[in-house]
Design a protein around this ligand. Structure first.
Ligand SMILES: Nc1nc2c(ncn2[C@@H]2O[C@H](COP(=O)(O)OP(=O)(O)O)[C@@H](O)[C@H]2O)c(=O)[nH]1
Ligand SMILES: [Mg+2]
Length: 446
């Protein structure tokens, strides 16, 4: 299945690409810092970019490394690839990885105990160290069949998609290898929750929690990745720069040796990670942010009504007007500084322009509410049902007005858009330079 970021589905190769997302301002890289290590010795071809980097996170996987690499090497014969192991093991897994040299081009990043901050931090480290034109992630425990890798690479090259996801949940895939009913429920629950929350990016992605994926390096280059827990792909889909993705079905295998490191702490980390993306990424979950702001507005409205009438003794209509205007202003302020913060008018009196437009949009919402309510009463609906229909119409009109009129996307070519693009490009260049520096110092070559 081929999915474009703008939500359109398309089959086949080529075609127009959707607009790239405006990058978030990169913050200092999270989870990727480490003690500087000496620059790697130059080996033959060390300066050249392989076609594919395969990032493998490992934590006590000693018996799985050799079968994994043998199977990968067998299906990738003739492909220029490197393996990037990010290892947090306490057993002899690093020795097993070292023994792969010199048969395979391998980077081993063995993190000391002080730097072991979980699976996704290991993956970010590996993604940053990867030098390939395409970068893939695969688990070490053979639950992801290595034989899918050539198909994923060929799909990326052939279709021009930015991300290829090996999916357990699209037609032909299977999650049967997940151990136990609880793991199935957690996997499905987190998938549906993430899709509903980040619908702008994930609504057509069947397996946003997959650990098996391949991407073009430009998707993450210069993007500040700050995941917590296990869901690296969700982080990349939400923050990364992509316009098209493809899904390929696969059957998630049962683990044969070693133990899963997933537990209830990953559940808590999932919520932490989800909350972080919700707050930090401006152009996602807008509808939910708008709903939350609206709910807070009801509290402001009723609170001001009560204070005006019960405490100050003002007449009911004065209380109503104060409550209404107070909630409009608080909703405006919250929507401007949170829901649509990336689209606010940044000119000198921009806040006044935005506020004026917001009042207009709200008036349209109230009118829509009134019209639908009146029509519903005429059609014979019960008063409460008509009221509900009116509120729904008012809500839809308010959301459409705020998104399309008050906080509309900046027109390309406008001075503001140029400013933003220049800032983003500068930040991207700075961040890419930082990433390059890190690549030089962090990998330890075998
Ligand atoms: N470097 C590193 N790898 C990890 C960590 N936790 C899990 N892994 C690796 O990530 C992959 C998936 O982990 P696993 O525990 O099997 O998760 P599950 O498949 O969801 O049960 C395996 O290759 C693990 O060795 C970690 O904290 N650090
Ligand atoms: Mg596993």
């Amino acid at each position: 299945m081929d999915v474009r970021r703008d939500g359109l589905r398309r089959r086949g190769a080529g075609g127009m690409r959707g607009p790239r997302a405006t990058p978030d301002a990169p913050l200092p890289a999270g989870g990727t810092t480490g003690r500087p290590r000496p620059a790697p010795p130059r080996t033959a071809g060390a300066g050249r970019r392989p076609l594919l980097s395969i990032v493998v996170p490992t934590c006590n996987e000693r018996d799985n490394i050799v079968p994994l690499v043998d199977r990968l090497a067998a299906v990738l014969a003739g492909t220029q690839f490197e393996l990037v192991f990010v290892d947090d093991s306490t057993d002899d897994t690093p020795q097993v990885i070292r023994s792969l040299h010199p048969r395979f081009p391998v980077q081993l990043i063995h993190r000391p105990a002080s730097e072991r901050t979980g699976l996704t931090s290991a993956l970010v480290r590996g993604l940053r160290a990867a030098r390939g034109e395409y970068i893939a992630s695969i688990d070490a425990d053979l639950q992801h069949p290595p034989e899918k890798m050539p198909e994923m690479l060929a799909e990326a090259q052939g279709s021009g998609a930015d991300i290829i996801i090996a999916s357990r949940y699209c037609a032909g895939g299977s999650a049967a290898g997940l151990p136990g009913r609880r793991r199935h429920l957690v996997s499905l629950g987190s998938k549906w929750f993430s899709r509903a929350l980040f619908y702008e990016r994930l609504r057509h992605v069947s397996d946003p929690g997959s650990g098996f994926f391949l991407l073009r390096r430009s998707v993450i280059e210069g993007v500040d990745l700050r995941p917590v827990g296990y869901k690296m792909l969700t982080e990349i889909l939400v923050r990364g720069r992509w316009s098209r993705l493809e899904e390929i079905p696969y059957r998630f295998q049962a683990r044969r040796t070693g133990a899963s490191k997933a537990g209830w702490t990953q559940g808590v980390q999932y919520l932490h990670h989800t909350f972080r993306m919700f707050v930090e990424v401006p152009d996602v979950a807008r509808l939910w942010k708008f709903l939350g702001v609206g709910a807070s507005g009801i509290g402001v409205n009723l609170g001001l009504l009560w204070v005006s009438t019960s405490v100050l003794g003002l007449p009911p209509h004065a209380g109503w007007a104060i409550g209404s205007e107070g909630s409009i202003l608080s909703n405006f302020w919250l929507n401007r500084s949170f829901t649509w913060r990336d689209r606010r008018d940044r000119r000198r009196f921009g806040v006044l322009i935005d506020a004026g437009r917001y009042h207009l949009a709200t008036a349209i919402g109230v009118t829509a509410n009134f019209v639908v309510f009146t029509a519903a009463i005429h059609l014979g609906l019960m008063t409460m049902a008509a009221g509900l229909a009116g509120v729904a119409a008012g809500f839809a009109a308010n959301y459409a007005g705020a998104a399309g009129f008050v906080f509309r996307p900046l027109a390309t070519g406008s001075p503001d858009a140029a400013d933003l693009a220049a800032t983003a490009a500068g930040e991207e260049a700075a961040s890419a330079a930082g990433a390059a520096e890190q690549q030089e110092i962090s990998p330890r070559w075998l």
